[in-house]
Design a protein around this ligand. Structure first.
Ligand code: PLP
Length: 462
């Protein structure tokens, strides 16, 4: 009988290190006050464990750094472009691929070409930049995730699934106004929850019936594919690239942020089948990003992404990746901290509305919790709730469907002892949650206010 061990270890060892800077709690209280109680406005050196995002914050591998040395900076037709194209099409065989500097640039180009007043774009849940780019064109962005996807405590293996009944209703009434149906894998704003193959096939069938194209917001496609392998009947024996290709085969195109699963520090792309649409998008690409064979990227970035794409579909990597997120979620759940269940792929989402039930949504319980985690232990998470989604294009403010704090796990960056520290800090803050007060916004821009708004704590007791 061969030995079997339960511990899932990091499938790498550390090659170069970055020091962390330790501040006292009083110093952190002063820093966050100076930052207008907005964690985006902090100097990153003043953060101990940075869980603001998993976007662009991963550690690159030895082989990615080596690939960077192969970067060819020719303006047109660089060999790095062909390396990138081959790696992308190996997983996503779309004939038209346009490199962009990050995901939102791909969104801006696509919606610039197909959005506009009177249009409506359904998605399981729009990410904030996706929603903003849809709305910027005058179109409407609607979220049609299944009801379980809006209930933090409800268990479901594929909580990111699209509500097919709601999608059918929308398409039956307004198909002519729908330029595209989007599915976000995994569903970041809905808790990093996966979408099943079965659901994607259902969305595809509806798109075929109503003659509407289907696009993927595929930033976390590898994590989504791993969940499919783990949880979807009949998928356990399939290779991850094979599952990814099936997902791609169901879609007409995709937007991508290479800062997530492809393990890049920057980058993205827009890909599609439609020749006519691709021509329009390429014109916009040249206008705002760069020539078609580099988009918004240097040749070395294209190389790093190509190598990252090969590494992120490795099963040892995905097993460790998903297990480390689950480890954090399990410990917090065990300690009685309300979280979105089950754990998402790239992040654990704290249910601030449940934990701070004494703080009404329009006093931003997620912001209150995120600030408290920084003050107490130097953690930086991000509010995903009423601050992020509460302000509407008509100027009104309404509570978001959930008030969460996302603790996103950068890829290959922190070790288990860092995660153990995070568990200790969150648990300690949760024990004193009743002492936390809400906030009001002092000033905010018209779009994407969470990045730059300044806040003030309400009442006494802080
Ligand atoms: C689901 C989703 N879509 C789009 C984006 C935008 O990508 P980028 O930050 O590269 O512009 C993100 C980034 O976090 C995301 O999570």
């Amino acid at each position: 009988m061969p030995y079997r061990f339960r511990t899932i270890i990091e499938p790498f060892r550390i090659h170069s290190v970055e020091p962390l800077r330790f501040l006292t709690e009083d110093e952190r209280r002063q820093k966050i006050r100076e930052a207008g109680y907005n964690l985006f406005r902090l100097h990153a050196d003043d953060v101990l464990i940075d869980l603001l995002t998993d976007s662009g914050t991963g550690a690159m591998s030895r082989d990615q750094w080596a690939a960077i040395q192969h970067g060819d900076e020719s303006y047109a037709g660089s060999p790095s472009w062909y390396t990138f194209l081959e790696a992308v099409q190996e997983l996503f065989p779309f004939p038209h691929v346009m490199p962009t500097h990050q995901g939102r640039a791909a969104e801006k180009i696509l919606f610039g070409a197909i959005g506009g007043p009177g249009k409506v774009v359904p998605n399981n849940t729009h990410f904030d930049t996706t929603r903003a780019n849809v709305e910027f064109t005058g179109a409407e962005a609607v979220d049609l995730v299944i009801p379980e996807g809006r209930e933090p405590q409800t268990l479901h293996p594929f909580k990111g699934n699209m509500d097919l009944v709601a999608l059918e209703r929308l398409l039956a009434g307004r198909a002519a106004d729908v330029p595209v149906v989007f599915v976000t894998i995994t569903n970041n704003s809905g808790g990093g929850q996966p979408v099943s193959l079965e659901n994607l096939r259902g969305v595809r069938a509806l798109c075929d019936r109503f003659g509407v194209p289907l696009f993927l917001d595929a930033c976390r496609f590898a994590e989504n594919a791993w969940f499919i392998k783990l949880r979807e009947p009949g998928q356990a024996d399939r290779a991850i690239p094979d599952i990814v290709r099936e997902i791609a085969g169901l879609a007409d195109g995709m937007t991508m942020s290479a800062k997530k699963d492809p393990l890049g520090n920057i980058g993205g792309w827009l890909a599609m089948r439609d020749d006519v649409l691709a021509e329009r998008c390429r014109s916009l690409l040249i206008l705002t990003e760069g020539f078609v064979t580099y988009g918004g990227l240097a040749g070395r970035d294209l190389e790093a992404i190509a190598q990252g794409l090969r590494e992120c579909v490795d099963e040892h990597y995905l097993r460790y990746r998903i297990r480390s997120t689950e480890y954090l979620a399990e410990a917090l759940d065990h300690a009685g901290v309300p979280i979105v269940k089950p754990a998402g792929g790239h992040a654990v989402y704290l249910d601030a509305r449940a934990l701070l039930s004494h703080v009404p949504p329009l006093e931003y319980p997620g912001q209150a919790l995120a600030v408290a985690l920084y003050e107490a232990g130097g953690l930086r998470g991000v509010e995903i709730g009423t601050v992020m989604f509460g302000r509407h294009p008509d100027g009104t403010e309404r509570p978001a469907s959930m008030d969460l704090v996302r603790l996103a796990i950068p890829r290959r960056t922190y070790t288990q002892s860092h995660v153990d520290y995070v568990i200790e800090v969150v648990t300690a803050v949760a024990e004193r949650a009743s002492e936390l007060r809400g906030y009001r916004i002092l000033d905010e821009p018209p779009q994407l206010r969470h990045f730059t708004a300044r806040f003030e704590p309400l009442g006494a007791g802080r």
